[in-house]
Design a protein around this ligand. Structure first.
Ligand SMILES: *[C@@H]1O[C@H](CO)[C@@H](O)[C@H](O)[C@H]1NC(C)=O
Ligand SMILES: *[C@@H]1O[C@H](CO)[C@@H](O)[C@H](O)[C@H]1NC(C)=O
Ligand SMILES: *[C@@H]1O[C@H](CO)[C@@H](O)[C@H](O)[C@H]1NC(C)=O
Ligand SMILES: *[C@@H]1O[C@H](CO)[C@@H](O)[C@H](O)[C@H]1NC(C)=O
Ligand SMILES: *[C@@H]1O[C@H](CO)[C@@H](O)[C@H](O)[C@H]1NC(C)=O
Ligand SMILES: *[C@@H]1O[C@H](CO)[C@@H](O)[C@H](O)[C@H]1NC(C)=O
Ligand SMILES: *[C@@H]1O[C@H](CO)[C@@H](O)[C@H](O)[C@H]1NC(C)=O
Ligand SMILES: *[C@@H]1O[C@H](CO)[C@@H](O)[C@H](O)[C@H]1NC(C)=O
Ligand SMILES: *[C@@H]1O[C@H](CO)[C@@H](O)[C@H](O)[C@H]1NC(C)=O
Ligand SMILES: *[C@@H]1O[C@H](CO)[C@@H](O)[C@H](O)[C@H]1NC(C)=O
Length: 767
């Protein structure tokens, strides 16, 4: 006995922190040590959720940056104590979590026998197994006790003989692993109808439809060429279960989220099994018999930023901590007075707003400062919106009137003073200007510097003041040509300042001449250049400030991309095309955009696109043969269209296989007649299939290997807009590696250079 205790102490003290996958009788794992599977695929250890300070024992992919938990040992019995260990209990042979002197939880709770020669091993497939080494029996394994994640090789279903069920249960919320409202189970209707069922509090909620040809009717499983799941099932008298393997996925997993949706480890939607309202709406939602009379099929909950008017709606709180978002939604749906809801702290409990159904009394906060709420909207009636406008229109108009009056008063009062000041400033500007030689056409400059549409020379002092001496908090980001700052002029106007990197080889006069030309380019789909500033060696461009971010900010973010429905995306594509056409029309000035990409397309309040950074090639003095470069811009545009349609970055493929990119992927889908698979899943509801196919078709025409085959921008626009126009069959795309195209490598190279190299324009040799 004493020997045994000494043994425990010794092993406990010498347990290596890394590289161990097995816990033997007597070993213990504490809050800071881990088990790592033999191939390092998975890690087991304690983790603490910061919002609640609760600690759990869990398993995650070792190289997952987000540490998504694929299994939790104690979802409903969190550890609050500051010390805890996992051991194989010497007396009972059970795997236990112990805090202090006492057993906190029997992790394996169904075996008994001699504890001698037992091991608990974390395997490379993520399974944690307790095994009797003496007779090789598996006593317990985590795969038999799934939480909310299905890993490759795990079973979903049941063993009819032992009565064991393998069912996923959603977490209560993102912060609480305890059981939530949804379960996911395997419920075949006989041998020919294998299907998954999502239940909400035991009521059937959503079904996957039948498994056929490696896909489920209502699931988005195998629609990608590169990434595939190998779906498998067993249907015998003893066992009925589903399992899958993955091909090419990094850290594969299917997660049942707290609101009932199934997603993969990259938050890609596998099934939109959330937001079912008890109607059979053709997407797997199961019809329910007790849908309230006051709701109709067009009523939906939509997440919105804003607030309910407090004097016209009633807010009520239900702090029952076992209510999750699905329960809140259901309760609100069933209560005819309910207008919307959110969950309470840590995602549990509900806060509800009630009032008269026809009017929502909800005002949208376009700045997004208020907490997002689920608001019941009805697509049948616009009454709510009208009412909103009725309330807000006079208020907004009033505010504007007030501002106007104030502005007028201020203007009159200050004019004299300002005039003097302005005169001084203008003189200073001009002195500066003259000192750095003269303009080719000084008539272009509006001396007032305020109203004119032409370029303005800003004094360096004004820019320093506007940007608080280029302070870091005013830095908006860094583009290919140098950092961009936000600035506020003394007259409160907001501007964006691009500080050109010093690699510009131009002289001052040339720079200013170019600026004048560029600032003359004015189009709704181009960001306006207001002017420039020169100070010693430094050159700056001054733009209008766009408060909304760039296209990539929305397009490549899993939640924000929902704001870009199909009509908006189409509008963005058309707008960019119009902007490019305008630029090309000015080709006598040879304005060629050499860096067209999603981050260079800014969006205004209504999501209209505005191209930024055009004309840089001129400032950076790149000589191009315009006919060729125009067609190269066309390929960038084609790639951009594909990114917009698919919601994926061209480069998102490269980590897997250097020879594949979005263009090639799109081309191969097109060849197989599967072009629709390219569609961003979030577009599902809003998409017009014909338009989508036409858009992809045009994109493929733009990226054809042979530059001479690519359409001019004016043709591109007619192709996009004219839905009856016959389109030529696209030929093989550029961007294939190792093939005949020499352009592919240089273009790919370029997109890499942009981000790293300040001189983002590399030489390209189309064909
Ligand atoms: C946990 O175990 C490791 C390895 O045995 C040890 O280095 C560490 O000090 C222990 N931590 C605590 C808090 O006991
Ligand atoms: C969690 O613990 C830390 C440190 O003990 C403390 O600072 C923090 O306030 C706690 N958070 C919550 C939500 O209790
Ligand atoms: C764990 O199991 C033992 C019997 O093996 C039992 O006495 C004990 O109460 C259980 N502990 C907990 C926390 O369930
Ligand atoms: C525990 O063991 C009993 C008896 O062997 C069995 O009936 C029961 O299903 C088991 N429970 C679990 C959760 O494995
Ligand atoms: C392990 O196997 C040995 C030999 O079959 C048996 O005596 C012992 O009770 C088993 N232990 C457990 C915990 O099942
Ligand atoms: C473990 O990871 C390696 C490398 O990522 C992978 O090849 C292997 O298939 C994984 N093993 C299992 C069992 O998933
Ligand atoms: C544990 O069981 C294995 C397999 O039966 C056996 O080879 C080994 O000797 C046992 N270990 C001990 C310490 O008895
Ligand atoms: C809390 O909500 C759960 C789930 O709906 C319910 O079962 C339970 O009775 C509720 N508890 C209280 C105190 O209302
Ligand atoms: C989350 O839960 C913890 C622990 O129960 C609590 O201290 C904290 O206040 C909660 N956070 C919110 C936002 O309610
Ligand atoms: C707001 O809701 C109340 C009932 O809760 C209703 O009487 C009122 O007409 C609504 N007002 C507006 C302007 O929406």
């Amino acid at each position: 006995m004493i020997a045994l205790i000494i043994f425990i102490i010794l092993t406990a003290n010498h347990f290596p922190v890394t590289g161990v996958s097995t816990l033997k009788s007597g070993d213990q794992l504490n809050l800071t040590s881990h088990l790592i599977s033999p191939g390092s695929n998975f890690t087991l250890g304690f983790f603490t959720i910061p919002e609640t300070n609760n600690t759990y024992l869990g398993i995650w992919y070792t190289n997952d940056e987000q540490f998504k938990k694929v299994w939790v040992a104690n979802p409903s019995t969190p550890i609050i104590s500051s010390s805890a260990i996992v051991v194989i209990d010497q007396n009972t042979g059970k795997l236990i979590i112990a805090t202090g002197e006492s057993t906190h939880l029997n992790v394996s709770d169904n075996q008994s026998g001699d504890s001698f020669n037992l091991t608990a091993t974390l395997q490379d497939n993520g399974n944690f197994q307790l095994k009797n080494e003496s007779d090789d029996q598996i006593l317990w394994q985590s795969f038999d006790h799934p939480i909310n994640v299905l890993l490759p090789g795990m079973k979903l279903g049941s063993n009819l003989k032992t009565g064991r069920n393998w069912i996923l249960t959603s977490w209560l919320s993102d912060q609480i692993p305890d059981s939530g409202a949804f379960t996911l189970s395997w419920e075949p209707n006989g041998e020919d109808d294998q299907r998954i069922l999502v239940r909400q509090r035991d009521q059937p909620y959503w079904t996957s439809g039948s498994l056929k040809n490696q896909n489920f009717e209502f699931m988005n499983v195998n629609n990608l060429l590169l990434f595939r799941y190998d779906l498998d099932y067993v249907y015998t008298d003893e066992e009925r279960y589903f399992s899958y393997n993955s091909i090419n996925y990094v850290n594969p997993m299917w997660i049942l989220r707290p609101h009932g949706r199934i997603v993969d480890g990259n938050d890609r939607v596998i099934s939109s099994s959330d937001l079912c309202y008890g109607y059979d709406s053709g997407n797997g939602c199961v019809a329910s018999s007790n849908t309230p009379q006051c709701r109709s099929e067009s009523d939906k909950f939509s997440p919105m930023n804003g607030d309910f008017a407090s004097d016209m709606t009633r807010r009520s709180v239900d702090d029952n901590s076992s209510l999750s978002i699905g329960d809140c939604m259901m309760n609100c749906w069933n209560d005819c007075g309910c207008l919307g809801f959110i969950t309470g702290g840590n995602g549990s409990g509900c806060i509800r707003w009630s009032g008269t159904k026809s009017v929502s009394n909800f005002s949208v906060d376009s700045l997004g400062n208020s907490v997002s709420k689920f608001v019941l909207v009805s697509s049948n009636s616009d009454k709510g919106n009208d009412a909103k406008i009725l309330i807000w229109a006079p208020i907004v108009a009033g505010i504007f009137l007030l501002l106007f009056c104030f502005g007028l008063w201020w203007y009159v009062k200050d004019r004299k003073l300002k005039q003097e000041e302005r005169q001084k400033r203008d003189d200073r500007r001009f002195l500066e200007l003259m000192a750095s030689e003269s303009f080719r056409d000084s008539g272009d400059i509006d001396r007032d510097g305020r109203k004119g549409s032409d370029m303005v020379v800003f004094s360096y002092a004004a820019i320093v003041a506007a940007t608080n001496d280029f302070s870091d908090e005013n830095k908006l980001g860094r583009g290919g040509f140098g950092p961009v700052y936000k600035g506020k002029l003394s007259d409160e106007r907001e501007i964006a300042i691009k500080r050109l990197s010093r690699t510009s080889r131009q002289g001052l006069v040339e720079f200013k001449n170019e600026l004048i030309l560029i600032s003359k380019l004015q189009h709704t789909n181009l960001v306006r250049v207001l002017g420039g500033c020169v100070h010693e060696e430094e050159k700056m461009l001054i733009y209008e400030y766009m408060p909304n971010k760039s296209l990539d900010f929305f397009l490549f973010d899993e939640t924000r991309k929902a704001l870009l429905d199909w009509p908006k995306r189409r509008n963005v594509i058309e707008g960019i095309a119009q902007g490019l056409l305008y630029l090309h029309k000015y080709s006598r000035m040879r304005v060629i955009h050499r860096d067209l990409k999603a981050s260079n397309v800014l969006l205004d309040q209504s999501m209209n696109p505005k191209i930024a950074d055009f004309g840089m090639a001129r400032i950076f003095k790149q000589d191009e043969t315009e006919a060729i470069t125009k067609r190269v811009v066309g390929t960038y545009f084609g790639v951009l269209i594909l990114e917009i349609v698919s919601g994926r970055r061209n480069s998102s493929f490269s980590h897997l296989d250097q020879t594949i990119n979005l263009v090639r992927y799109a081309w191969e889908l097109w060849q197989q007649g599967d072009a629709l698979e390219l569609q961003d899943p979030t577009l599902a509801d809003t998409c017009d299939i014909d338009q989508l196919l036409r858009t992809i078709h045009v994109a493929l025409l733009c990226v054809q290997e042979n530059a001479a085959d690519r359409p001019e921008m004016s043709d591109v626009i007619s192709m996009l807009v004219n839905e009856t126009m016959q389109l030529p069959v696209p030929k093989r795309s550029a961007f294939f590696f190792g093939g005949t195209s020499s352009m592919s490598t240089s273009v790919e190279q370029k997109s890499k250079d942009c981000s790293i190299n300040k001189m983002s324009i590399t030489e390209m040799e189309p064909r």
